[in-house]
Design a protein around this ligand. Structure first.
Ligand code: NAP
Length: 338
């Protein structure tokens, strides 16, 4: 009998890659998607797996919907990847974010507790829990200090998962994942926004792009590596919390430079603060401008993850590092733009 996995957020970056990974492991994959007036299966289509997944209408805000799905699908593993996941958006929609990204986790855990507490549960926690980080690098024991409604909602999701593990003996694990990117990353996220813009500038379709803070630093890994880590957590003998990261931290400025370098352009920076400009050294043309609209009310300055527990206990390690990641995303965007 095939193992059955139910994934919420199947239309997102991680949902698509995890589904592909589990199909390759001979799972029957059931994917939860939100009903929209126009269905959005573009990532699943891009991977060519839409027809291999059973798609069910799922809303994390509706416990009765979730309970019905769990009763009917009877999965062995549930991966909760659905969320309002964009930090900037969470400042504009803090209540919606709290409901979907925070309370939504309880809605799903309740469905599992009621129907079958033997189901294994994965919660998509995040490095945004560390926010204004109290120590460097951050590991599973680093105190949390979220800096956005998204981070606060995820903190609730994180602790309610641990609470259901301890209260009801549910196999409920959390993956505290640092940023992970790919050609399937949403276009509003900074790494993809940059690779998309650099590709269009290179092909003469765009003059320049605008960005917020250049010097925030993140630990960026490859989404395909990270979905494997999720699965490994679910195969472990005990439920637990694990950091997945690359243990390297780079600024947005460096990401821009690496991307332009890849297409043979060197960027020189002039001015300071909101007047700073990035210019193509050869032509003197402005290709990057600062727009304070992209500043956040509270910023997370710098994050770097320590994944040694995942390495030790799960045998997990990232394969793709920062520069290779930027280049593979840029190559994909150049292809798409052509
Ligand atoms: P994503 O591309 O933004 O996908 C989010 C998914 O959640 C989408 O499928 C979205 O559906 C769905 N969703 C939103 N609201 C929903 C609702 N009310 N009910 C059901 N589904 C809903 O995010 P991702 O990058 O794949 O990330 C997957 C998970 O990992 C998220 O929980 C994210 O917060 C977390 N995470 C991501 C990272 C990262 O760097 N990527 C790092 C740490 C943690 P639509 O397509 O209809 O919008």
């Amino acid at each position: 009998m095939k193992k059955i996995a139910f994934i919420t957020g199947i239309t997102g970056q991680d949902g698509a890659y995890l589904a592909e990974f589990l199909l390759n492991k001979e799972y029957a994959v059931v994917g939860g998607f939100r009903r929209l007036s126009t269905p959005n299966f573009s990532r699943l289509d891009e991977l060519g797996i839409t027809n291999r997944i059973r798609l069910v209408e799922t809303d994390l805000l509706d416990t009765s919907n979730l309970t019905r799905i769990i009763m009917e699908v009877r999965p062995q593993e549930v991966y909760n990847l659905g969320a309002q996941s964009f930090v900037a958006h969470s400042f504009k929609n803090p209540i919606l974010t709290g409901n979907v990204t925070g309370i939504g986790v309880t809605n799903l855990l309740e469905a599992i507790r009621i129907v079958d507490p033997g189901i294994r549960f994965y919660q998509a926690s995040t490095s945004e829990l560390f926010g204004q980080a109290r120590e460097f690098p951050q590991n599973e024991n680093t105190p949390f200090y979220p800096r956005s409604p998204y981070g606060v909602a995820k903190l609730y999701g994180h602790w309610i998962t641990i609470n259901y593990r301890e209260s009801y003996n549910i196999f409920a694990s959390t993956g505290i994942l640092f940023n992970h990117e790919s050609p399937l990353r949403g276009i509003e996220f900074v790494t993809r926004k940059i690779t998309d813009a650099v590709a269009r500038i290179q092909l003469g379709k765009l003059d320049h792009f605008e960005i917020g803070t250049l010097d925030v630093k993140r630990d960026w890994g490859y989404a395909k590596d990270f979905v494997e880590g999720m699965w490994l957590m679910m195969q472990h003998d005990v439920p637990d919390n694990f950091v997945l990261a690359t243990n390297e931290s780079h600024s947005v400025r460096e990401w821009i430079e690496v991307c332009f370098n890849y297409v043979g352009k060197r960027i020189v920076w002039e001015g300071i603060g909101i007047k700073e400009l990035g210019k193509d050294e050869e032509t003197g043309k402005v290709v990057v401008k600062i727009n304070p609209e992209f500043y956040r009310p509270a910023e997370v300055e710098s994050l770097i993850g320590d994944y040694s527990k995942a390495k030790r206990e799960l045998g997990w390690e990232p394969n793709v590092r920062y520069k290779e990641l930027a280049e593979l995303m840029l190559r994909a965007d150049l292809e798409k733009q052509k």
